[in-house]
Design a protein around this ligand. Structure first.
Ligand code: ADP
Ligand code: MG
Length: 266
């Protein structure tokens, strides 16, 4: 008794993959994030919901250091980002750390962003080869495995334009997975898709959640958020207005703002 629980990494107090503390971000005079805290423990799915313009995409981009922030901490896998400068001049101080964090928090965008002149296989292999300098044969092996996993193994030699939106988005997910990241960040992964194609992407995200991937998902799809999330965060004008388990948040919202948002969305 007890031994399994003690030795199992799932049962120990784990270091979160991503912890964001009191994050502030402005574009010039426009304050977009006003002291946001988010924690994504290993194996958890955190969804971020809120109206257009509330700062969701900005938060994701700050988390993987695609965007600078002016105040607060970003802690990746227990490792606080080192900064130089302050306020609008604050930047990551350690380039190697920045690359390590960015490559470990792979992003999937609304618009897929596949390279049109490369085949699907080449798209998936590109960053592991050029950024991580991994062995080509191993990368190709992994890339084919991830394409199979998202259900488009037969599209390896096709070009993006030959694929449906849902297939392109699944290719983008395979590309993110091929970086072997610690967490996946999704920015509205289904918003650009026709409703009938949305579900094939939702199913892939569900499967990733079931295998215990750590994910931070910005979505307008409340059904997906309810299905896949351990925790849901409602952002309003750069402030977390309400958060909780999806079963509580969606069925029993506490604030008028969330009630209003949900009734406008559902
Ligand atoms: P969301 O993803 O929730 O729709 P965003 O994070 O994209 O919100 O945007 C939050 C606010 O920041 C909006 O007012 C938007 O116009 C502004 N914004 C986003 N990106 C930039 C940018 N690069 N420069 C200036 N303002 C921006
Ligand atoms: Mg956005």
């Amino acid at each position: 008794m007890g031994f399994a629980a003690i030795s199992s990494p799932m049962n120990t107090a784990q270091t979160p993959v991503i912890a964001i503390r009191n994050l502030h971000k402005a574009y010039g005079n426009l304050e977009v994030l006003k002291g946001v805290d988010i924690t994504a423990p290993a194996g958890h799915v955190v969804s971020l919901i809120g109206s257009s313009g509330s700062g969701k995409s900005t938060l994701l981009r700050c988390a993987n250091l695609l965007e600078d922030s002016q105040q607060g901490d970003i802690i990746f896998d227990g490792e606080p980002v080192k900064w130089k400068g302050t306020g609008l001049n604050r930047r990551p101080a350690d380039h190697a750390q920045m690359i390590r964090i960015r490559t470990n928090l792979s992003m999937v965008f609304q618009q897929f962003n596949l390279w049109a002149h490369m085949t699907i296989l080449q798209n998936v292999m590109e960053a592991p080869l050029t950024v991580l300098k991994r062995d080509r044969a191993e990368v190709e092996d992994a890339a084919r495995r991830y394409l199979d996993k998202v259900g488009i193994g037969d599209k390896a030699d096709a070009y993006p334009a030959m694929l449906s939106g849902g297939q392109q988005q699944r290719a983008a997910i395979a590309r993110a997975l091929c970086m072997e990241p610690k967490a996946l960040l999704f920015d509205e992964p289904t918003s650009a898709l026709d409703p009938e194609l949305e579900q094939e992407v939702v199913r892939v995200i569900q499967a990733l959640a079931e295998e215990g991937r750590t994910m931070l998902i910005v979505t307008h799809d409340m059904r997906m958020a309810a299905d896949v999330s351990d925790h849901v965060v409602f952002l309003h004008q750069g402030v977390i207005e309400e958060q909780g388990a999806p079963g509580d948040l969606f069925t029993n919202p506490q604030t008028d703002r969330l009630r209003g948002f949900l009734s406008a969305t559902l």
